[in-house]
Design a protein around this ligand. Structure first.
Ligand SMILES: *[C@@H]1O[C@H](CO)[C@@H](O)[C@H](O)[C@H]1NC(C)=O
Ligand SMILES: CC(=O)N[C@H]1CO[C@H](CO)[C@@H](O)[C@@H]1O
Length: 744
């Protein structure tokens, strides 16, 4: 099990930070070997707490966190766990719920995998009432649901499966353990979007359960080109639209195959859709089917200069961030590209107002299956299709069964809105392109900081890592003044479910930003502030004066002016020896990702230092300066500075001396003068020894590539010992450069 969390220091990789209209991302990137922390190290530093019940093949997938009663339910393969979220390893309770033996046999006979498919993978866990939880599992490709009784908490907690309540989970739970699906339980009704057959052909959004006697299913219509087509459901949320409870709706998010006339090609598009909570189905053609279903396209794209946008069309995850107006949460979505040319992911943020505006706008119209969607310009029946029935609006419309025929037949063929929903900023707030992984999950934490509130995004990748990102708004929108006493423990934790293990990840890992005020400030992590002696967890409204934090500007001059690390920081000058005609590497790594590195050289006897212009011979990499074909004139005083905002800091002061080849051979040949002894003695001291060996090895490598390859392989071996070297980064940089030519 290997998980990456925001491990910023020592970090050099440049995250794909998009400086869009409103956001500057401070990215805690993980995908270089440097910032990737080994699991053991994370556990040691207290940043993650692994669940000891974890074992290979457990497939933890489903969580139900009950903050009020302080309990965490965990759905895994054939098991449900009850844990104490404050201490996940104290008194874990385990309930076994396997699929029946004959069902497993049939599943295997049907050609499914015995280990990863033919078992009961728990996919649904919802609070039903004070004492009961509703749960469903895939049941070896025969989904089954049941009630769980959960009582007590902490040491006294226990769970019990009510066998008599077991029922079919069709339309409530997927057959396939890996298939995305969405469900929400509210007012004792279960809303679920899932594939509802063994072959995975029929995807449907339905409602079931409910207080007796309203037990019948309501589902989406099966009219391929219009309603829902090969959908993968992502999320479902109850959201009120007005102050009238009759208007309450379930909004759900999915991606589907869409065929827009003419061509036979289907494109994957992302959707936001909604139904009224009080929809009981229509009459005639829509009996037991939604009569208020509407959907719209959710666009997440980067506008291109040539008018061609780069679309991220495959919705992967949705997270709602509550705002003071509970009708208007902010909707964060993670999308990936469908393109075979390049791999990319993006995060887009939407306003509920914009979503509602699209549903209140024109409908799309299609003459027939082979036509394109156009704007509907005909007469719209009354009540406007998609409106929830309410006696307050019209006493004649008590339920959806009172809808006139023309409303029912209109909505059957016009469930799609003509306009699309665009992100608030007109473009993604975060993107990653040409990475080896995709973003697949998002959780957002709104963090109060000294200068406002910040949304910290935790982005899960399909490689098992988590990126912690804060997007900073320079304009003054979304500034809510909520002063919290202290961040609650639960808000400080993030549950990360991997394929095989569960860990608890601490959100604040301030120690990684180093000890100095300037570094802490420049990190711009809203969870952290400099408290006078170290970079520590930021607690709002406590000792305000003593705290130094500047998320918006990250300007240490105004915050750390009196501390040592801004005033005369004394960087001791190091000495490095290079061999003429060979290459040498000057390592200089900023602690902050936003820093811009500059290199200066002052030659012996020269009055001023000059900025180094990178060329064929002088390569500026993320880890330092690589000088190829070292010449005697390269000798001198090198200075590496990091500039961030208006703040410049010297990171390295190094004197490079160039050894003539003769001197070196003298060393190998044996007898040598006392002066040589001195020079090489220093060159080979301590840590430098290994590096010197690298250089010697390089002497025999004909090209830089080969040199890097050699080093790369050795580094690979050393990785287990947690020892990282600079060279693979050099190599990585070169690779990155090659990729930059690809279209974006
Ligand atoms: C909760 O629901 C279950 C299942 O319907 C029922 O047996 C139980 O009595 C309910 N409990 C309460 C407190 O309403
Ligand atoms: C890469 C490079 O220039 N290598 C040279 C380093 O120096 C030795 C002699 O000391 C040459 O043989 C290598 O070609």
């Amino acid at each position: 099990m290997f998980i990456d969390v925001g491990h910023k220091y020592p970090l050099t990789c440049a995250c794909m930070v998009i400086r869009s209209v409103v956001s500057v991302c401070v990215c805690v990137c993980v995908f270089t070997t440097y910032c990737r922390a080994s699991f053991a190290e994370l556990v040691h530093s207290g940043s993650v707490v692994p669940f000891v019940g974890s074992s290979v093949g457990m497939h933890f997938q489903t969580f139900l966190l009950d903050e009020e009663r302080s309990r965490l339910l965990l759905g895994a393969k054939d098991h449900i766990y009850l844990l104490d979220p404050d201490n996940i390893n104290k008194h874990p309770r385990k309930l076994s719920w396997p699929a029946p033996r004959d069902r497993v046999d049939m599943c295997i006979l049907a050609g499914k995998n015995p280990l990863t498919e033919c078992a009961n993978f728990i996919r649904v866990l919802h609070n039903y009432n004070r004492t009961h939880v509703y749960t469903c599992g895939t049941g070896a490709f025969q989904p089954t649901c049941a009630f769980l009784e959960v009582r007590g908490h902490k040491e006294d907690g226990w769970i019990h499966l009510i066998s008599s309540s077991m029922e079919s989970g069709r339309m409530k739970c997927p057959f396939d353990p890996r298939q995305p699906f969405a469900s929400v339980l509210t007012d004792q009704y279960l809303y679920a979007g899932t594939v509802s057959d063994f072959l995975g052909k029929d995807s449907t959004f339905s409602r079931s359960l409910g207080p007796p006697p309203h037990h019948q299913y309501i589902r989406t219509d099966i009219s391929e080109d219009y309603w829902i087509n090969e959908a993968r459901f992502i999320a479902a949320h109850p959201i009120a639209d007005t102050y009238n409870p009759d208007d309450d709706k379930i909004y759900f998010f999915f991606r589907e195959a869409s065929r827009d006339g003419r061509t036979l090609d289907k494109a994957v598009l992302s959707r936001v859709a909604r139904v009224c909570k009080n929809d009981v189905g229509g009459l005639r053609s829509l009996t037991n089917k939604w009569s208020t279903f509407l959907k719209a396209r959710l666009v997440c794209s980067i506008p291109g200069t040539d008018g061609v946008d780069t679309h991220f069309d495959e919705l992967q995850d949705i997270f709602l961030v509550p705002s003071r107006d509970e009708k208007s949460p902010k909707v964060y979505g993670v999308f990936t590209t469908t393109s075979s040319i390049f791999k990319g992911s993006a995060v887009c943020m939407y306003n509920m107002e914009d979503i509602r505006a699209v549903f209140n706008g024109p409908y799309a119209h299609k003459e027939g299956p082979d036509h394109r969607w156009v704007e509907y310009e005909g007469r719209i029946p009354y009540p406007r299709p998609g409106t929830c029935p309410s006696r307050t609006y019209d006493p004649r419309l008590k339920t959806t069964k009172d809808f006139p025929d023309d409303v029912i037949s209109f909505i059957r063929t016009h469930p799609l809105m003509y306009h699309s929903v665009y992100p608030v900023t007109g473009r993604p707030i975060f993107t990653r392109v040409n990475t080896e992984y995709r973003l697949t999950q998002i959780a957002v934490d709104r963090v109060p900081a000294e200068d406002g509130h910040y949304a910290v995004m935790f982005l899960g990748t399909d490689a098992g890592s988590v990126l912690k990102v804060v997007s900073i708004t320079q304009e003054n929108w979304a500034t809510e003044e909520v002063v919290l006493e202290e961040l609650q423990v639960f808000k400080q934790q993030l549950f990360v479910g991997g394929g095989d293990a569960l860990v608890l990840v601490a959100l604040h890992r301030c120690h990684i930003y180093g000890q100095g005020c300037a570094e802490c400030c420049l990190a711009r992590d809203p969870y952290c502030a400099w408290d006078g002696s170290r970079c520590a967890r930021y607690i709002p409204a406590s000792k305000r004066r003593a705290r130094r934090q500047d998320i918006k500007h990250g300007d240490p001059f105004s915050h750390c002016w009196d501390t040592d690390d801004v005033l005369g920081n004394s960087i001791e000058e190091k000495v490095l020896y290079g061999v003429e005609s060979n290459s040498t590497f000057l390592e200089c790594v900023p602690k902050s990702q936003q820093a811009q590195i500059r290199w200066f050289l002052q030659r012996p006897g020269a009055e001023h230092r000059q900025e180094i212009r990178p060329d064929e011979r002088m390569l500026v990499t993320e880890r330092g300066l690589l000088i190829r074909w070292l010449q005697r004139s390269d000798a001198g005083s090198y200075v590496c500075t990091a500039q961030e905002q208006s703040f410049t800091r010297t990171l390295l002061h190094l004197s490079l001396q160039v050894l003539e080849r003769g001197q070196l051979h003298g060393h190998h040949a044996g007898p040598r003068g006392p002066q040589d002894e001195g020079v090489l003695g220093t060159a080979l001291a301590g840590e430098a020894r290994q590096r010197y060996k690298d250089y010697v090895r390089m002497l025999s490598a004909p090209s830089l590539d080969e040199y890097c390859d050699t080093i790369w392989h050795r580094e690979k071996k050393q990785r287990q010992r947690g020892k990282w070297k600079h060279i693979q980064e050099v190599r990585k940089n070169r690779n990155r450069r090659h990729h930059q030519g690809a279209p974006v």
